[in-house]
Design a protein around this ligand. Structure first.
Ligand code: HGY
Ligand code: MN
Ligand code: MN
Length: 413
């Protein structure tokens, strides 16, 4: 039985603009790092909005937030709609928060129409999806899914040596609920695509069938600080030159293994003084590919390239893999709910695998999970200019509503 419930596009857009003030930057982007003061502000706002709807809001031991609305049969595990409220340092207004606010719009619609679902429905804010401040990414959804113990999350430190736990307690979001203590009937995540395909093909909805594999590495290259004027070229141990060789090699591996990608995104050069030959460089490598075997080859080529380049410059190095999230396929029955929902509204759609990582990749290990994508302008994301249109957000929220209700109805048979 299809319902005729319609989300309120303006209300969703207003909430997106209202929350953009939490960490808003001069360039119109968002800096709302995990467990920062800005993260607390948006969490407090979100909690209050859910409580107005009569939801009970619970917090788990790593700060994941769950806003629950009961259904006819509360013995059924909730159907979750989740994403994240944290952003990159120069993030945009939609990455993550669109999924949480679209879920809030679904909840608002159910509430104002007094629609009773079979199963409870729940909005989830996953702590530290980005992994920018506290690597790795998808950390707290990983704890929920049993990938990481809570202590591993607590021990993560940012580049200033501040721990995840200290910040979680400082902003008052260390809950006493055990992470993963309750199951989901399903989880749906709405997100901007963060790439150009939907816009290029003029499709409104991405029916996401999975997420590609991802691996993160940390490398420290060591040489010797020296005077840039008095040290002959042939006597230098220039760690930054070693890092440059690695950066070139990483890009070549990405070019060779497309559609895989390979990136050095973070580099810290020490002492970073214009008249000192750099003696130490810290850099990160991000490798991704839809196929795990290809990722294995890329990893081998990375290690071979480092070993060939760095010692030859009389440098030493340490390299370690700090994170690996294998390629994931989503639940066919939920993918069908998304397809049916997009068809109901007449939205052109296409299947796709997510290039970006998402909490759904981990939740798929413990519950039927899938994602819905909407286009973003120029496919741009992790950029302050990230943008999309009210009608794209509304289409995604409407599909989220209809997909969740379709799945809910399937539970009652
Ligand atoms: O890295 C990712 O793909 C995600 O945006 N955190
Ligand atoms: Mn995201
Ligand atoms: Mn992101």
């Amino acid at each position: 039985m299809l319902t005729n419930l319609q989300i309120n596009s303006q209300r969703l857009w207003d909430s997106l603009l209202e929350t953009a003030r939490f960490g808003g930057t001069e360039k119109g982007g968002i800096r709302r790092l995990t467990l920062s003061d800005e993260d607390k502000l948006v969490r407090d706002w979100f909690k209050a909005q859910c409580e107005v709807l009569g939801c009970t809001v619970s917090i788990d031991e790593v700060g994941n937030m769950f806003a629950t609305r009961g259904g006819r049969d509360n013995s059924l595990p909730p159907i979750a709609m989740g994403s994240h409220l944290d952003t990159q340092p120069t993030g945009g207004k939609f990455d993550g928060i669109l999924g949480v606010l679209a879920a809030l719009e679904v909840m608002r619609t159910l509430h104002e129409r007094d629609y009773e679902t079979n199963a409870p429905v729940e909005i989830v804010n996953w702590t530290n999806e980005e992994g920018s401040r506290f690597p790795p990414a998808m950390l707290a959804s990983g704890v929920f899914a049993g990938i990481f113990p809570p202590q591993y999350a607590y021990d993560r430190v940012d580049r200033d040596g501040i721990t995840f736990l200290a910040e979680l307690e400082r902003i008052g979001y260390r809950g006493n609920m055990k992470a993963g203590d309750h199951k989901f009937s399903a989880m749906f995540e709405l997100h901007i695509e963060q790439g150009p395909i939907l816009e290029d093909e003029e499709k409104k909805i991405g029916v996401v069938t999975g997420v590609q594999g991802m691996r993160w590495y940390e490398i420290t290259v060591r040489g010797q600080d020296a005077h840039t004027g008095a040290t002959p070229m042939y006597l230098r141990k220039n760690a930054l030159l070693g890092a440059a060789r690695i950066i070139e090699a990483v890009d070549a591996i990405g070019q060779k293994h497309q559609p895989g990608v390979a990136t050095v995104g973070l580099i810290e050069n020490k002492p970073n003084s214009r008249n000192v030959v750099p003696g130490e460089v810290f850099l990160t490598v991000d490798l991704r590919h839809p196929d795990e075997n290809a990722l294995d080859i890329m990893e081998t080529e990375l290690r071979t390239a480092i070993e060939a380049a760095v010692p030859a410059l009389t440098l030493t190095y340490e390299e370690r893999k700090i994170w690996s999230s294998p390629a994931v396929k989503f639940a066919p029955e939920l993918i069908e709910c998304v397809r049916g929902a997009a068809t109901k509204s007449g939205f052109p759609m296409r299947d796709m695998v997510s290039g970006a990582g998402h909490d759904a990749a981990y939740i798929a290990r413990v519950a039927p999970t899938t994602m819905i994508f909407v286009p973003c302008e120029g496919g741009l994301s992790h950029n302050e200019a990230e943008s999309t249109k009210p009608e794209e957000c509304a289409a995604g929220a409407q599909v989220l509503l209809d997909a969740v209700l379709a799945y809910d109805q399937s539970l009652s048979k």
